[in-house]
Structures are given as structure tokens and as C-alpha cells.
Design a protein around this ligand. Structure first.
Ligand SMILES: NC(=O)c1ccc[n+]([C@@H]2O[C@H](COP(=O)([O-])OP(=O)(O)OC[C@H]3O[C@@H](n4cnc5c(N)ncnc54)[C@H](OP(=O)(O)O)[C@@H]3O)[C@@H](O)[C@H]2O)c1
Length: 283
């Protein structure tokens, strides 16, 4: 029996396995034998987290709204399952696409053990201009996260297996933004985004307690400032001043956190919000 099989059986008993040797750190973080689905996998942070899951040994289901782009991303991923990762089209604002995308993932990969709800459809309008439809559409990202997570939960119950959901929150789900950071450069961080991310962090807690008995863990991973290459330099400079570490996060700095939450290294962690923010929320 390899250790991936053994740790899964440990999870099946719901009890710490006292009779066998405690797993090593390497075994705890090993995702061999698991299938990890990540939405928005070709995005700035999504790609880095998809790389991390693959490098930790998982077979990755990479999604994009563009199925062809999802397949190209999957083909680029490494790790022990290189060449066996799969790409699936999925738009989480469309319930039919969520169902179709999840069914396709199960058909192509055999099962799904881990879901990283990472994709995000942005909104340009801040509190000064946003209309009701735009606000509701931003919140629909949360509906999509929930519907997809519920598919994984039901799938896990059907196959009598443990499962693991990670929702992407944000430091802006915990604190307000500094209006002066955005002034004269771009619209302030949108009110609807703050409502969305706060909702995701709290949904995490509710799903975690609702699904714990089914051995489905649910956690939130909240990045701080990780501006992509297109972010205006002046905005980045102002954000840097607000960070205790005086720098922005690099995409690879989420790799450890996502593998921790996805793996047995966090087997006794559920309902939590892990902030990876360079100390932003610690001031
Ligand atoms: N970057 C940061 O500083 C930061 C900070 C805090 C939180 N976050 C969170 O981290 C996550 C990733 O952010 P990011 O910076 O990597 O953003 P990003 O580069 O814009 O990537 C987001 C991805 O989401 C996908 N997407 C857009 N609409 C979608 C939809 N309707 N259904 C499914 N997928 C959709 C897009 O992929 P396709 O075009 O391929 O579909 C896009 O590549 C988001 O949840 C974001 O809110 C980011």
C-alpha cells in the first residue's frame, strides 16, 4: 500500500490512525492519487496554484471559460501526472456550464477530490457608479462558487470519499480599502467586490460545519496584494507603502498555502480563512 492510499484510508476512518507510524511531512503534503480541479487556471494566480497542485503530485483539471485554452493550460502543467492533466470549459456564472463542466471533469479524470474555486469575473464600477445589475452580477461569482462546491460535495458523498474545497477570498473580504490609494489612477476597489469576498469567507464557515460529517473540508485562501503585470506602476507603488513587508506578493507565494489546504497537511483544518497578505491585515 503506498502512502497516498494509506492516508486516504486514515481519512475514511474519521479517526487519527494511532496504530501506524505518523505520516512524514513529505507524505502529508503529497497529492499523489488525488484529482484537483481549479477554475480560472490560466489566470495570474490560478496558473501558479495549478502548477503547485501538479508539482505536489495531483492530476489537475484546469478550467477556463474557453475550453481550448483550458486544454492548452493543462498540457503545460508538470509533476508526476504531466501529460494526463485535463482541461475543461466552465463558466461559473452559468449554472448549466457548472454542471456540464463538473460532469466532464469526472468523465475525463474519473473523480474529483479537491476543488479550488479561483476564477473571478471582475467588475469595473466602484460605489460611485455601480448599478444594481452590475452589483448582482458581481455577487453571482459567489453563487457559482457555491454551486460548484455543492457538486463536489454530492460527488464525494456518492463515492463515499473525503473531499476538500478551497474558496478564493481576499484581504478585501476582511478589511476596507484605502480610498487614496486608487485616487486619480482608477476606480476604487469596488464595493460589490468587498461584499463578494466577505460573503465567500463567511460561506466557507457555513459549508465547513454543514459538510464536516460528510468528510468534506472547506477553507478559504485570501490573498493580499498580488498585482498582475498590467497593474499601473503608480498604484503598485502606493500599495507597497501600505504593506508591512513593503512589497507585493509574487504569484508563487500562494503555492505553499494552496498545497497546505489541499492536502492532508491540513487534515484537521476546516472553516478557516488563511490570509497570505504580507501582513496587510495585521496592522
Ligand atoms: N491578484 C490579486 O491581487 C488578488 C487579491 C485578492 C484576491 N484575489 C483573488 O484571486 C483569484 C484569482 O485572481 P487573479 O488575480 O489570478 O485574477 P485573473 O488573473 O483575472 O484570473 C481570474 C480568472 O478567472 C477566470 N474567470 C473569469 N470569469 C469567470 C467565470 N465567469 N467563470 C469561471 N472563471 C472565470 C478567467 O479565466 P478564463 O478567461 O480563462 O475563463 C481568469 O483568468 C480571484 O478570485 C481574485 O478575486 C486576487
Amino acid at each position: 500500500m503506498n502512502h497516498a492510499t494509506r492516508t486516504r484510508i486514515d481519512l475514511m476512518t474519521d479517526q487519527p490512525n494511532q496504530s501506524s507510524a505518523a505520516p512524514t511531512v513529505g507524505q502529508l503534503f503529497d497529492l499523489s492519487g488525488r484529482v484537483a480541479m481549479i477554475t480560472g487556471a490560466r489566470g495570474h494566480l490560478g496558473r501558479s496554484m495549478a502548477d503547485a497542485l501538479a508539482e505536489a503530485g495531483a492530476r489537475v483539471v484546469a478550467t477556463s471559460r474557453d475550453a481550448e485554452a483550458a486544454r492548452s493550460t493543462a498540457a503545460e502543467l508538470g509533476g508526476a501526472e504531466a501529460g494526463r492533466h485535463v482541461g475543461v470549459g466552465l463558466d461559473h456564472l452559468d449554472p448549466a456550464s457548472i454542471d456540464d463542466g463538473f460532469d466532464t471533469a469526472v468523465r475525463l479524470a474519473g473523480a474529483v477530490d479537491i476543488l479550488v474555486n479561483n476564477g473571478h469575473q471582475p467588475i469595473g464600477a466602484d460605489w460611485t457608479t455601480v448599478d444594481g445589475d452590475q452589483f448582482q452580477r458581481q455577487l453571482a461569482n459567489l453563487t457559482g462558487y457555491f454551486l460548484l462546491a455543492r457538486r463536489l460535495h454530492d460527488h464525494a458523498v456518492d463515492r463515499q470519499a473525503a473531499a476538500n474545497v478551497i474558496l478564493l477570498g481576499s484581504m478585501y473580504g476582511v478589511v476596507g480599502s484605502y480610498p487614496e490609494v486608487y485616487q486619480g489612477i482608477c476606480a476604487a476597489s469596488p464595493a460589490a467586490y468587498h461584499a463578494l469576498k466577505g460573503g465567500i469567507i463567511h460561506l466557507t464557515r457555513h459549508l465547513a460545519v454543514s459538510w464536516a460529517a460528510d468528510r468534506v473540508r472547506v477553507n478559504c485562501l485570501s490573498p493580499g496584494p498580488f498585482p498582475g503585470p498590467q497593474a499601473p506602476a503608480e498604484l503598485v507603488a502606493r500599495l507597497r507603502e501600505k504593506s508591512p513587508l513593503r512589497r507585493m506578493g509574487a504569484a508563487h507565494e500562494l503555492k505553499g498555502a494552496v498545497v497546505f489546504l489541499a492536502s492532508d497537511a491540513s487534515s484537521y483544518v476546516t472553516g478557516q480563512n488563511l490570509l497570505v497578505d504580507g501582513g496587510w491585515t495585521a496592522w
